[in-house]
Design a protein around this ligand. Sequence first.
Ligand SMILES: N[C@@H](CCC(=O)N[C@@H](CS)C(=O)NCC(=O)O)C(=O)O
Length: 198
Amino acid sequence: MAKPTLTYFPVRGRVQFPRCLLEYLGEEYNFNEVKAITDDLKKQLLFKQIPLYQEGDFKIVQTSAIVDYISEKHDFRGKTKEERARAHQCFAGIMEVLENCLHYSFKMDKQQQEKFRNENPIKKIFDGLEIILSQNKYLASGEKETYADLMAFVIVDYVTNLGIMPSGDYSKLICLKKHYESSPQLKKYLESRSQSQV
Ligand SMILES: N[C@@H](CCC(=O)N[C@@H](CS)C(=O)NCC(=O)O)C(=O)O
């Protein structure tokens, strides 16, 4: 099977989700770092947007579809249809937080950022994730971890890095973050990844 290639800008942004997944699952891949979406690249993009995932002739865009595909390939989506639905529910919430983070970093001036930090729309999603983890070991509530747990790590790490962690008791989410950041599968990637805040 062809080694996959991920194409994205030299920042963490959206690509950190499929990248962490590939790293954690030990699947080798190429990272095609681009500075801009050129006309040539655009021709390969269904919605003219990156990240792009390629595996031979197979190409997909949309971060959530890429994460879904990689998780499916590695049987990391949950055992039952209920677990898969719960994992998807958490991941959809996590993607909402990602949109908040990107908006905060790229679209807001200082005043808007301050308002964002005060109102912190991330809180409602993190509160929900924390509640699940205080009642279950894993976010999909099954016996094994799924991509939802790993994706939760990525978003908690990102939010922390941006300095916009909401106030509250997130001891379970902090514990999950510590667990993944010390995992041998992610260690090399976390040390070598873009040091950019975004
Ligand atoms: N929902 C898409 C959004 C992708 C997206 O907006 N990508 C940005 C880079 S982070 C992009 O390609 N922007 C160029 C454009 O929209 O013209 C995803 O999650 O992959």
